[in-house]
Design a protein around this ligand. Structure first.
Ligand code: SF4
Ligand code: FES
Length: 247
């Protein structure tokens, strides 16, 4: 296949970026999207040009490091799939793909397609942990947990912190990420002790980092590669409102 690419190139954050056109020939449909970019980068290097910077690590859809916007959709056209797991068979010979970094003021561009997502780390530092003393490792089944709760905690914990929800949202809201991180603890007894404080602290940090508000468009859920449910936001809002009336 022959693929036409329009890729966002930006040397550093303080200079303006622009789209640059590339043609990648002999693309196999079995290649991953990143293998296609690797091929382009090899050609650029061979021609003494600077390769395109993009984030990736596991390339297995589990680490949350990767992510670009392809033709306006975070992580590309396949539902529930990260960019690293996207294959060129999802595109046709002659397609033009516009490839951009996450666009959000809280995720400043570092270079080309790489953005700084340490705002998510700082939100996690503000409350995304359990600090109560739980003693030694308990015997299996000594703390009974309803299956529905353990399933829900597990579903929320599948959030890989990629930031696609922010990139997809017109308000650059991080509510789906924060909701998932809070709910993964809230469903378990060990996480309930600090739950009210965790909600206030993580929401305050999210606001301080400049993420926008949620206006229920559902774009985050639609483009999340782990299909994290909007229910996480509903639960977060319920607890946040409850906290307001308690104080
Ligand atoms: S909620 Fe989904 S899109 Fe947002 S950070 Fe988690 S996995 Fe990525
Ligand atoms: S590189 Fe790890 S999820 Fe894509």
């Amino acid at each position: 296949m022959k693929i036409n690419l329009k890729v966002w190139r930006q040397e550093i954050n303080s200079v303006n970026g622009e789209f640059k056109d590339y043609i990648v020939d002999n693309v196999s449909k079995d290649m991953s999207f990143f293998e296609m970019l690797d091929m382009l980068n090899n050609t650029l290097i061979q021609n003494s040009k600077i390769p395109i910077a993009f984030d990736h690590d596991c390339r297995e859809g589990i680490c949350g490091t990767c992510g670009v916007v392809i033709n306006g959709t975070a992580h590309g056209p396949l539902k529930g799939v990260t960019t690293c797991q996207l294959h060129m068979r999802s595109f046709k010979d002659g397609d033009t793909l516009v490839v951009e970094p996450w666009r959000a003021s809280s995720f400043p561009i570092i270079k080309d397609l790489v953005v700084d997502r340490t705002a998510f780390d700082r939100i996690m530092e503000s409350g995304g942990y359990i600090s109560v003393k739980t003693g030694g490792a308990p015997d299996a089944n000594s703390i009974p947990i309803f299956k529905q709760n353990s399933d829900e905690a597990f579903d929320s914990a599948t959030c890989i912190g990629c930031g696609a929800c922010v990139a997809a949202c017109k308000n650059s809201s991080a509510m789906l990420f924060v909701g998932a991180k809070i709910n993964q603890y809230a469903q378990l007894p060990q996480g309930q002790v600090e739950h009210p404080k965790r909600v206030n602290d993580m929401v305050a940090k999210m606001d301080a980092e400049g993420f926008g508000s949620c206006t229920n468009t559902g774009a985050c859920e639609a483009e999340c590669p782990k299909e994290i449910s909007l229910d996480n936001i509903i639960k977060l809002n319920k607890r946040y409102i409850k906290n307001l009336f308690k104080n």
